[in-house]
Design a protein around this ligand. Sequence first.
Ligand SMILES: [Zn+2]
Length: 400
Amino acid sequence: MIGSGRFSARLIVPGDGPPIEQGVLAVTDGIITDVFAGPDTEAIPLGNVILLPGMVNAHTHLEFSTCTTPLPAENGMAAWIGDVVAARLLQADRGDSIRHGLDELVTAGTAAVGEIATADWPASRLTDTDPACVVFREIIGLRSDRRTDGLATARDFLAGDPTPRHLLGLSPHAPYSVHPDLFMDLVRMAATHDVPLATHLAESPDELELLDTGGGPMRERLEALGAWENSAIPHGSRPLDYLRPLSELSHPLVIHGNLLGEEELIWLGRHRHVTIVYCPRTHSHFGHPPHPWARLLDSGTPVALGTDGRASNPDLSLWNELQFLARRTPSRPAKDMLAMATLTAATALGLEGQLGTLSPGKEATSLGIALPADSPVTLEAILKSGHPAGVLRQGNWYPA
Ligand SMILES: [Zn+2]
């Protein structure tokens, strides 16, 4: 249901200007028409609530949304992938799992999501009040004989009809699972169709070892899956080889980037339309070395936040992701971290015209946060000590 009305809150953090005390959000048919300082005695009072822009979760795999706990990762990425493949085989109904994940995203105040899709993504089960879904069709194929099928799958997917709730993109999965030639084909296809492209890169030591030497645990995993081809990846390959082609795209997203090296960081600083998607709790789950997100921000590279899927994260709440990061990074301005969860992620997905800030003309989807009674009302305190109090979704308020 799309709603209208005026809503008053203790504080509105619009995301594109200073916070507004006793703020009022005016909404018509689910779209913000005005944001102003009250009091407004005729507005619907939301009480002691701080309104933040709706969360934009830049990376999910909703097919794993019925996982109750993340799959163990202490043996590294290659071993974890084996468990993921096994979990997928046991899955009863992928569509139900994705729908379950969408419901969780709605409850978590998610305005939009960058979702990686394998086969049969249930677009027909989306409703008007779901998050805007930028669905990246995942393509896998390291062996040369998979190239034709991979391209056909991508082409068929992009021939589908996008809607405002279901937008299309491509995801060549990762350097260890996509032949370099197929990777280039898919980048060209994304450029031709001008759609976003997301690829996992510099995620794990296993990946970097495979690129450099052609060996290690990732090769063993790929051989076990029947996916390995000896000549596919030239020895001495590095993440930079997969970054360079992205320069021609309008909306490239690099997922994780946990182990980006000096040369990649410099390249990214010169190509500031490439967004890194950092998934803090998944990063922590794997025990990776510190992520270079703060340095990336300092050099002008956009960094967005994602939860990743429930195979590596306990839930799909981007607010929990943001709070996890804020509590561990007291030195970073809170507004930088809020932007990673809102406007930067919306921009990466090409949705900055509709989402990402609480501004006139944009969708009236907002996460309401409450603070402990003795807390100062600063953005730093909100991120560290706040807890969800409800969600304003397209002009309707749903208390938590
Ligand atoms: Zn992923």
